[in-house]
Design a protein around this ligand. Sequence first.
Ligand code: ATP
Length: 246
Amino acid sequence: MAGTGTITEQGITLSGASYAVAGRPILSGLTLSLTEARIGIVGRNGSGKTTLLRLMAGLVAPTEGAVRIEGADPADRKAMLRHLGILFQNPDHMILFPTVGEELAFGLRQMGESAERAAAAVDALLAAEGRAHWAKAATATLSQGQRHYLCLLSVLLMRPRTILLDEPFAGLDLPTQARLARRFATLPQRLVTISHDPAAVATADRVIWLDAGRVRADGPPADVLPAFTAEMARIGEADADADLAG
Ligand SMILES: Nc1ncnc2c1ncn2[C@@H]1O[C@H](COP(=O)(O)OP(=O)(O)OP(=O)(O)O)[C@@H](O)[C@H]1O
């Protein structure tokens, strides 16, 4: 995830955003303006990373405060098609169609493209990716890494300004991780990468460390990641499970 500086737009803003379930705070008073091109969000299991992603994606609404994506409410699905793409950790949650071609065309059809134009855009993308033979391939026969890559292609076809990546390298072998990382590095979009792994965000422009639903540190990776890594090692040496119940 190589940092390429700042994408000058409104970006993603959180203003005192909190999220609670049955009165239990999961995210507390987050105020952030995310305009950089490469943003990493790190935190240990249960720190609230996925909940933050769901908040930014409009899948849940903040119980207090506000979230805006390029000035728009993330619950506005139509606006979000252009603003935001999401690559979930598990591609099985995203793939709906029997063939790669149908899967890729779906997002464009959602955006109002005709069947012919969508099919042409899918064919052009697959040809550009050296995977023209994939168009009629059955999605069920793809490997985990290939399914992940297919989901990325689906998102790219829709040309959103920002892509949210949830643990993008989890479960992928090292060559697939390297190939995906190279692909991410070339993308003009703003990438927000959520991971428990400092290596996944080491080249970001900005890293936010989430701890128990709050921002514990926010800055360049060289400032944030050594402290995060030291703290994770310290907790691991103590008893990693002691606060799992929390
Ligand atoms: N809908 C919900 N109902 C109750 N508790 C929830 C809900 N969503 C999240 N939580 C709790 O909020 C906390 C943060 O969860 P979240 O999945 O956001 O963490 P995370 O940082 O993504 O963790 P991981 O790295 O394990 O995926 C956890 O304690 C989780 O149990």
